[in-house]
Design a protein around this ligand. Structure first.
Ligand code: ZN
Length: 394
């Protein structure tokens, strides 16, 4: 009876370790033995008497871990492999004692690992390369462990209940990552690099609740696959300006933050469930607008409006990057025209049922309404809005 498994090279020098990837059969045929010629990087045979050994191949870069083998069979097997490595004629190799392993004897690669205490956290051993789901909670981690960022098959990463202050940009290199849980950490921001990473194509679930985040970057809305977003119990003073672009988003919660109002684009969302309970929402008063209008418009404002309205292509090769950034957050007047830094701003009341099927009450008074920002490109547009508003509230 013997067991064997294959794992990727590198990391622990310990001969025996957790198996990572298993093959279909343990039977090495002569043909395969030919492939061993000068292809072995190292043998780990310290525990051969206990029926364990590891053969590290050069190509493919894997470790073949053998365990629970009969010690003398294992020794003759290793001798044969050594000869094959040196290029000895395979016909002459003593392989007759080898019996193919049964499927049940081949260990399955480990895909899930749940760690819920500091004591169980692996400090010296690497994480199995085959992991798809890794949870490391209550481990007092102050930063994301770089060893986790090599796990290219990872789909679900749960680092909730730790002390993480900052996320490394390289989390964006986890190409398969669909779920990221960072509930109850010490995060103060969510970096732009992550919004621009491959997470744009994979990330569907993001839990940033119970952190210290004050604002999310404009680029956050490039995480276009997001379905589930939890932002509760942070210090958010605003939601991302282009929130409405998250077209896949169905579950949004941002309860107990410091939101005074919602971005104008919020009305483009189409949610199943929305929870904005416990925010210090302002009482909307359309009659007291904030006016940032220069008449006549500055040349910059006129050019910027024309660029957006006529969809003139621009980019960092044509314009200074701060202008590009400004253009990316151009506001839209109710007439459909763009405005950049000259506009009239006010807030109006929106019933949240307009964007979500199920709405958690925003306060203890039973309300489901929240203030949403409106922009106007000119006095004409604002006065038209005001006429309609006053008529409907007569
Ligand atoms: Zn207008």
């Amino acid at each position: 009876m013997s067991q064997w498994s294959i794992s990727r090279n590198g990391g622990s020098s310990d001969a025996m370790r957790t198996p990572r990837q298993a093959g279909e059969t343990a039977c090495l045929q002569n043909k395969q033995l030919r492939l061993l010629k000068e292809n072995i990087e190292q043998f780990f045979t310290k525990f051969v008497e206990e029926g364990k050994a590891t053969v590290r191949l050069k190509e493919p870069a894997v470790d073949v871990c053998l365990s629970k083998a009969n010690a003398s069979n294992l020794k003759s097997f290793l001798a044969a492999v050594r000869l094959a490595h040196r290029g000895t004629d395979v016909e002459a190799l003593p392989l007759s004692v080898l019996v193919p392993a049964k499927t049940s004897e081949v260990e399955k690669p480990k895909t899930k690992m749940i760690i819920t205490s500091r004591r169980d956290y692996p400090l010296t051993k690497n994480f199995p390369y085959s992991l798809e789901h890794l949870q490391a909670s209550y481990c007092k981690l102050a930063r994301v462990d770089m060893r986790m960022l090599c796990l290219k098959k990872l789909r679900k990463l749960d680092l909730s209940h730790n002390h993480i202050k900052k996320l490394p940009e390289t989390i964006g290199d986890l190409v398969s990552l669909q779920e990221l849980n960072l509930h109850n950490n010490h995060l103060e921001s969510f970096c732009v690099a992550l919004c621009n990473s491959t997470l744009q194509k994979s990330l569907q679930f993001l839990d940033l609740s119970q952190n210290k985040i004050k604002a999310l970057p404009v680029q956050f809305c490039q995480l276009q696959e997001l379905i589930h977003l939890k932002l509760d119990d942070n210090e958010l003073i605003r939601l991302p300006f282009k929130m409405g672009q998250l077209s896949q988003l169905r579950f949004l919660s941002a309860a107990r933050n410091k939101l005074p109002f919602l971005p104008s684009d919020f009305r483009n969302l189409s949610l199943e469930k929305l929870d904005l309970f416990g925010n210090p929402f302002e009482q909307p008063n359309p009659l007291v607008p904030s006016i940032q209008l220069k008449i006549p418009l500055t040349l910059l404002e006129s050019a910027a409006r024309a660029t957006v309205n006529y969809r003139i292509p621009y980019g960092r090769h044509l314009l200074p990057s701060h202008l590009c950034e400004d253009l990316e957050v151009a506001k839209t007047c109710q007439c459909g025209n763009a405005c950049l830094s000259c506009f009239i701003q006010t807030t109006v009341t929106m019933n949240l049922h307009y964007v979500a099927h199920t709405v958690v009450l925003v306060d203890n008074m039973g309300g489901t309404e929240a203030p949403i920002v409106c922009y106007f490109c000119s006095l004409t547009c604002y006065s038209q809005f005001l006429d309609r508003y006053l008529q409907s509230n007569r």
